[in-house]
Design a protein around this ligand. Structure first.
Ligand code: B1M
Length: 233
């Protein structure tokens, strides 16, 4: 650090300045700073959800824009992703700790060919917080792995994530396999990821496209309730 450069003490920043600093630090892939700032906001009474959405997700949006525009490259984005994951690691147990009654089981994974997992992980964390048991198959998940997992865990919900236009069609491969096996209607299929939209969700035969993690939770709760009501009648 040069003499005229002042060290930033994160704990001395106002909330707004701290959130702005977190976005800079995420952009620069500074994992420890993200961890420290996440803890500071928690101490100041911020909810885990607000920290996630207002600083981490928003920071990653900026990284995404600059990645798209050729200002950032894969190694830098990887560092940013690691910093984001470090913040999420702190928030995860807090989100899960709500004591919500058990609502159901979800199997989730990022589809074959795709290694993006931040969004999927975030959805998983929020679903756990809402009372779902989540079995996460990780990234690059092929149709056989999805089929094995649904046999093993007997979920209510199958959630798939894709971040690439080249991998999103694979979601249909999985849904078609459920149809071939005659078990499509046994599961609520939710899909999500930045390049998807509602029309795509409909076209591939999913039950719903979820724009973000909060919508995934809302949709899951709604569809589970509807299903229980149908079974009861
Ligand atoms: Co990638 N990448 N990337 N990348 N990357 C994108 C997706 C891209 C849009 C960037 C860009 O150009 N602007 C672009 C895709 C373009 C396209 O397909 N049209 C892209 C590319 C091109 C690539 C590579 C091909 C780059 C290369 O190698 N040349 C490569 C692909 C590798 C592969 O998968 N085979 C690649 C690699 C990577 C990294 C490894 C460096 C890293 C991933 C690290 C990781 O995930 N562990 C990375 C990142 C971080 C991104 C961006 C910048 C950020 C994604 C992210 O984490 N967002 C992304 C840009 C962008 O999306 N604008 C980009 C934050 C996250 C919270 O949001 O994932 O959208 P998101 O999840 C949201 C919702 O979408 C929804 O809820 C989440 C939370 O609110 N949701 C679901 C997501 N999944 C859901 C599932 C559900 C429900 C809701 O089911 C129930």
């Amino acid at each position: 650090m040069s003499d005229d450069e002042e060290e930033i003490i994160l704990s001395e920043l106002s909330d707004d300045d701290l959130v702005a600093q977190m976005m800079d630090d995420l952009y620069d892939g500074l994992k420890e700073e993200i961890e420290e700032a996440t803890n500071i906001l928690l101490e100041r009474g911020w909810t885990p959800y607000d920290i996630l959405t207002k600083s981490l997700v928003e920071g990653m949006r900026i990284v995404g824009d600059d990645f798209r525009d050729g200002i950032l490259f894969v190694p830098e984005v990887l560092l940013a992703a690691n910093a984001m994951k470090a913040g999420m690691t702190i928030l995860r147990p807090l989100l899960a700790e709500t004591g919500a009654p058990k609502l159901g089981i979800m199997v989730t994974g990022t589809v074959k060919g795709d290694i993006h997992d931040i969004g999927k992980n975030l959805v998983g964390m929020m679903m756990e917080g809402a009372g779902f048991d989540v079995y996460d198959l990780g990234i690059n998940t092929d149709v056989d792995e999805f089929m094995e997992a649904i046999e093993k865990y007997k979920p209510d919900i199958l959630g798939m994530s894709a971040l690439l236009t080249t991998t999103m069609p694979y979601m249909k491969v999985v849904i078609d396999e459920l149809k071939t096996r005659g078990i499509r209607d046994n599961y609520i299929v939710l899909v999500g990821g930045a390049p998807l939209n509602e029309e795509f969700g409909e076209a591939i035969g999913a039950d719903a496209y979820c724009k973000d993690a909060a919508i995934a939770v809302e949709t899951a709760k709604e569809l589970i309730t509807r299903r229980h009501n149908q079974i009861a009648h």
